[in-house]
Ligand binder design. Sequence first.
Ligand code: HEC
Length: 471
Amino acid sequence: MSRYTLPLTLPLLFALACGDAGSASSDGSTGDESTSEGGSTGDTGVAARPNWHEDIAPFVAENCQGCHQAGGIAPFSMQDYAQTWPWATVMANEAEAREMPPWHALTTEECAPPLPYKHDAQLADEEIQLLRDWAELGAPEGDPALAAPLPAPPSLDLDSPNTVQTMASPLTIAAQGSTLDFFHCISIDPQHGDDVFLTGIQTIPGNRGIVHHVLIYTDETAASAAWSGGVKQDCGGGAGVSAPTQLIGAWVPGGLPMEPPPDVGVRLTAGARLIMNVHYHATGGGDAVDSGTGLALRWVTTPPEYISIFNLVGAPGDGDSLTGELLIPPGAAGHVEEYEWVVSAGGQAFPDSIEARVWAVAAHMHKVGVDLRAWLVDRDTGEETCLLHTPKWDFNWQRVYEFDGAVGQTVRVKAGDKLRVRCVYDNTLENPGVVEALAEVGGDAPIEVHQGEGTLDEMCLTAIGVAVKGL
Ligand code: HEC
């Protein structure tokens, strides 16, 4: 992380990356000279395009500033020209490599999902080219008088919540040696008297500088009410209780409210709590306190047309292994585990007159995992419908992917269809996740990995949100 804290090296890096020290100002203050390389400003009075004011500012406002802003999770801000131009080449590189903005559900040779996902953050080829062109021109500022209007940032607030509940007691997050990552579970009491059906869930990060990602579980029996201060520290990758839970949501910085399609609600029984598994990433710059993390929830009390349930399939979840006990030998690359679940309602076939539709899908592995794919196999035709493929799995960017469409357009599932999930692992030092996980436990060579909750255990899971009509 040191490169983020040494701003003086940035102009130098930038100049080296451009292969031309003259293309950017070296003081990093205004970048005024940076247009000289593009060349057109002085001669014609027409600012080189693309430039910051006309092209890049609106682009980063829409695609990058959700995280790259003061106090945000990203290591540098892109809120004005001076902050942004030194990064121009790295921005283009990251965009071309499709590392930024973070988005991991890809269309691949093995997977063509039937519908687009909501809030898809992937950049179009022209947008990536825009960043490249700007970098190659030397990141010109352009003329503020010609500045394009900036798009309003998307509202992260859930519309008309019924309740907003935050953590009961603050947490102090401090780096401990090389350990920067902490997983603490927070119990949230929505204080709903009766059964309710959630139509909107929004995670509210308290300290946006350290809240890296959040998984949301229902806690059906309110087992987490026993936690002192409403918190269970170091609760691993799950909900931190052995009582029944359901993963219903996942959030990453900049994440918009999760809203099932119209006529769909997620059941939350009377008295149930919610558990937030919060991944805190310490800044390394001393203690940081989080006090305001919580949830905004919107619900209806009359059962909607479709009631959504979430099903976990894989390890640990429903279904059978096609590959035997989860065991990843040290040094194994391309190691595969695969699971199959025959779709049922709690083990019982349900009649075709019951309409069930997959409107959301999520993936979960730990840090040895590198690739996960989930797909449905039609019981009658054997036809495959891919739901999700994350060929560049990244533990830090887990989310629930929601299909973008009315519930009636989403994928129908019938009892007897098969849901498969296939996970690929790389248990070598070539995998940065393994290096990171080993560092956390003070190891330096890969070890045999089994199924479990710990950093150096693994899982192979997909969660599907199924909207069932007439439950
Ligand atoms: C959802 C949050 C998020 C969004 C949106 C986002 N970033 Fe980032 N960005 C991060 C985080 C966090 C890091 C730190 C590295 C990491 O965790 O991957 C980062 C790091 C970077 C880096 C430094 C990478 C390096 O190797 O040093 C660049 C460049 C970057 N982002 C460019 C962009 C651009 C360009 C956009 C918009 C097109 C964008 N980011 C959108 C969160 C985000």
